[in-house]
Design a protein around this ligand. Sequence first.
Ligand code: GSH
Length: 211
Amino acid sequence: MDDVILYDYWRSSAAYRVRIALNLKGIAYRAVPVDLLKGEQTGPANLARNPQGLVPTLEIDRLSLTQSLPIIEYLDETRPEHPLVPAEPRARQRVRAIAAAIAMEIHPVCNLSVARYVTGGAVEAMGDWMRRFIPKGLAAVEEMVKKDRTGGFVHGDAPGLAECCLVPQLYNARRWKVDLTPYPTLREIDGHCALLNAFEAAHPDAVGVAA
Ligand SMILES: N[C@@H](CCC(=O)N[C@@H](CS)C(=O)NCC(=O)O)C(=O)O
C-alpha cells in the first residue's frame, strides 16, 4: 500500500483535526512538517501541493487532498468503519453545522496571517484579538452542542467530525488564555476526548515541534 503522508504543522488546528480523524479511523500515516513560522507554507513545494499556501495536505489513495473538513469527509466516505458523521440526515446536519461554526467562523478570523496583519504581530495584541473573537464563537457553539445533544459526546457516545474541530479549537483557546469557564458542555466533551488514544496521539505536545 502507498504511504499516507500528512503535510502537517504541530500547532495548526486544521492539521490537528486531520490527525485526530486519521487516528480515529486507525489509518497509519507519516507526518511531514511544514514550518509555518519559517513561512514554508508559501514556498514552492507547499504551493505545488496546496495552492492556498496552507496546511494540511493529505496524500492518500494516490490523491493529494486539501481542506481539513472535506479531507475528513473523504476519509469517512472511503472508510465507513467508525463513522465520523451520523447517518440520519438531521443529526448529520447538526454535527456538520457545529463543525462549520468552528472551522468556518472562529478559525478563519483567528488564522495566523489574519491575526498578524490586523495586530502587527505583537504577542499581546494577538492575544487581545483572540480573546475578542474566540469567546463569542465558543458561546454559540456551546448552545449549538447543548441543543438536541444525545450521549456523552456532541452526538451519541463516540467522537466524530465535531470533536475533530472542537478539541483543536479548545487547545487554541487555552493557548491564548481564553477563559473556558462559561462553556461547561464543551469542556465536558473535551475531557472525554482527552482520555482516548486517538486524541492523545494527535495532541500538539505528542507530535511536538518535529511535526
Ligand atoms: N480551511 C482550511 C484552513 C487551513 C489553515 O488555515 N491552515 C493554517 C494553519 S491552522 C495555515 O496553514 N496557516 C498559514 C498561514 O496563515 O500563513 C482547512 O481547514 O484546511
